[in-house]
Ligand binder design. Structure first.
Ligand code: UN1
Length: 493
């Protein structure tokens, strides 16, 4: 069986304890991807020390030069795109057309960051004094700890790691233990691109490694994507230790279809939004809200079409919907399907594991649709993170907006309407970090701010120009060339 290592200070090393764990292919759990280090605080400490040793030289490397390295990384991601997409599919399940898209998000992020190396603009402002100039600069923060989920093993880490690096930070990356192989390819690519040893490190493992990273006193920032439960714990610890912390947590995203919307388009949108990535996106369409005038007509079409979705291994080119990530997640999804039944929602499609002879060795859940879901039900309110869609009837446009906003989270949202006035009212009134008009809730582009309001995040936005807000701190500079003491707020008024 293939043995994989941590990447610390430019070297591939086992966990100090020698412990390992096995990673399985979710499409066929007899296929072991490999054995990976089960790291702990000692490994995290070694990685942080590696960061600290090179921190100064990386800060002093001009940002455009740092950007050049990331451009090369983008080139290498491009060269290895197909290979990496197959590796990713084997370890986490989604079809190869999706994992290729995942790599593409990293490529886009690298090229964006490469040019940002020549910007990283600051502001200047006039001084209140004579012969004095005021300006401000973006400064790196220091060692950044990056902890991410398995559903986007390359894209989501890249949204954090790549901007962190171009800004002059060093990084310790603790990938999900469900998608560790992709993380090692990430390290190989940065190394080949010319990133100096120690600037970027990968430490594998489970919760203990993540906790050690959050708790390490030399780590100045935590960038996290994952569950709300873990995110809240991280936020509390970062608060206590006075660390900057950027969180990307749950969602319960709704797509609303009005009676004036394009039903054929909405149908394709719902299928992609709800069952793409097997519903395992924080942006997934997990609630569908349909205007009462077209509710029966549309839901009938939806069920007919969704029943034809091809479930299978992601490496099979015919597959439309892959497995879910592991047995634990599958059990959670089955529990929610049970809850939906008990709550009295109408199970119209799917309803559990596919344990037929073809897919029984994998973690397959049949695309599942509940009709007549009401806002008091848990399947309307709680994130399931699987191929389960809850459908609710709206009495009017205003009611649809009310239903969308009746939610503890606020990541993504979508409105299908052909009425331009309604579209703009939706843009204004929906409480979410992302709103799509006539497109499903998934499909964020790497150069736009990404994140959510309410229970989804803590006010930061990854992606685009806003990522650079996370990974820098401002320094204000005053240069006084008057050769005399000028007291602000006093001598000038
Ligand atoms: C996530 O699920 O954590 O917008 C990220 C999208 C993708 C990213 C999803 N580009 O659905």
């Amino acid at each position: 069986m293939e043995q994989f290592k941590n990447y610390i200070n430019g070297k591939w090393v086992a966990a100090a304890s020698g412990k390992t764990y096995q990673n399985l292919n979710p499409a066929d759990q007899r296929d072991v991807v490999g054995e990976f280090p089960l790291s702990d605080a000692a490994d995290i400490d070694a990685a942080v020390k590696a960061c600290k040793a090179v921190e100064r030289s990386w800060v002093l490397t001009p940002a455009p030069k740092r950007g050049d390295i990331l451009r090369k990384a983008g080139d290498i991601f491009t060269r290895r795109k197909e290979e990496l997409s197959r590796i990713m599919t084997r370890e986490m399940g989604k079809p190869t057309f999706e994992t290729a898209g995942d790599v593409q998000e990293a490529i886009d992020t690298c090229y964006y960051a490469a040019t940002e190396g020549r910007r990283l603009f600051g502001f200047n402002a006039p001084s209140e004094m004579e012969n004095k100039m005021n300006m401000s600069f973006r400064m790196p923060i220091g060692v950044c700890g990056i902890i991410t989920a398995w559903n986007f093993p390359i894209a989501v880490p890249s949204w954090k790691i790549i901007p962190a690096l171009v800004c002059g930070n060093t990084v310790v990356f603790k990938p999900s233990d469900d998608s560790p192989h992709s993380a090692n390819i990430f390290a190989e690519i940065l190394e080949e691109a010319g990133l100096p040893a120690g600037v970027f490190n990968v430490v594998h493992g489970a919760g203990a490694a993540g906790a050690a990273l959050v708790e390490h006193s030399d780590v100045r920032l935590i960038g996290f994507t994952g569950s709300t439960e873990t995110g809240k714990k991280i936020a509390a610890k970062c608060g206590e230790m006075n660390k900057k912390c950027s969180l990307e947590m749950g969602g319960k995203n709704a797509l609303a279809l009005m009676e004036d919307g394009d039903q054929a388009l909405a149908l394709e949108g719902v299928l992609w939004g709800a069952f793409g990535t097997t519903g395992q996106r924080c942006t997934a369409t997990s609630r569908l809200i349909v205007h009462k005038d077209i509710y029966d007509e549309f839901t009938n079409k939806l069920i007919t079409r969704a029943s034809k979705l091809r479930l299978g291994p992601g490496l099979d080119p015919d597959t439309e919907v892959g497995p879910v990530i592991n047995e634990r997640q599958l059990a959670k999804i089955e529990k929610y399907i049970e809850i939906g039944r008990e709550e009295g929602a109408k199970l119209a499609l799917g309803g559990g594991r596919d344990d037929g002879p073809k897919l029984g060795m994998g973690c397959f859940v049949k695309p599942t649709i509940f009709l007549d879901v009401t806002p008091n039900m848990r399947i309307f309110r709680e994130e399931i993170f699987g191929p389960v869609l809850s459908v609710t009837k709206a009495e009017s446009f205003d009611h649809a907006i009310e239903l969308i906003n009746d939610c503890a989270y606020g990541l993504s949202s979508s409105m299908f309407t052909s009425d331009v006035n309604r579209a703009f009212r939706a843009i204004r009134d929906i409480e979410a970090g992302i709103t799509y008009i006539n497109a499903p809730t998934i499909g964020a582009e790497a150069h736009m701010p990404f994140g959510g309001v309410k229970g989804t995040g803590n006010g930061h936005r990854e992606g685009g120009w806003t990522a650079f807000e996370i990974f820098t701190e401002w320094k204000s500079v005053y240069v006084d060339f008057s050769s005399k003491l000028q007291r602000a707020q006093i001598d000038n008024y």
